[in-house]
Design a protein around this ligand. Structure first.
Ligand SMILES: [Zn+2]
Length: 189
């Protein structure tokens, strides 16, 4: 317990800012009084502070440093917000029609080039590839989570160049796939 030097009431320690003699209620009341005593000036000051906060370069830099420092927290947050982010992304893409077209075209081209001619000529092979994509889709619907078909040996890896053949395909969650990127990681099956 502690006695406030302004109102004279005895209050528990939680009622005081750290090491302060004046209680929180009195501190807030005083701040409000000062703010209202010269409303125009106070508002101008507040606007300056708000503008400073809206200067995004500093904040971005700070956020970048934080991400570099706590990659595991970033990963956890990403996983937590994945569903929401997908929704948001879908909405955002609606405002940018055709935004993904060059990317998906490039992707399709690359897959075409990574498919050996003897796979293209073999209906059985093509069927098995289609099966993987089909089961990926079913799994996504069943688990209500986005699964993606991944190339175990990446098509565009740093040290390797994988093929678009069914034994180079695996199904990962979108999150796993995103963190894998173009690294060669053999998943335990
Ligand atoms: Zn007080």
């Amino acid at each position: 317990m502690k006695i406030c030097s302004r109102c004279g009431d005895e209050k528990p320690l939680e009622g005081f800012p750290k090491q302060a003699k004046v209680c929180k209620i009195c501190t807030n009341a005083k701040a409000r009084e000062v703010y209202h005593s010269n409303l125009e000036e106070s508002r101008a000051k507040r606007r300056v502070i708000e503008n400073r906060n809206y200067d995004t370069t500093k904040r971005r830099e700070k956020a970048r440093r934080w991400r570099a420092r706590y990659p595991e927290k970033v990963a956890a947050n990403n996983k937590k917000n994945q569903k929401w982010r997908n929704e948001w992304r879908k909405e955002w893409l609606k405002t940018k029609p055709g935004y993904m077209t060059p990317y998906s075209n490039a992707r399709r081209d690359h897959i075409k080039r990574a498919t050996p001619f003897w796979v293209k000529a073999d209906k059985n092979h093509l069927k098995q590839i289609a099966e993987v994509y089909k089961s990926c889709k079913t799994r996504s619907i069943f688990h209500e989570e986005r699964f993606e078909v991944d190339h175990i040996e990446p098509l565009r890896g740093k040290t390797s160049c994988g093929l678009h053949v069914f034994w180079n395909l695996q199904i990962l969650t979108a999150f796993e796939n995103n963190s894998k990127n173009n690294k060669l990681i053999v998943q335990p099956t």
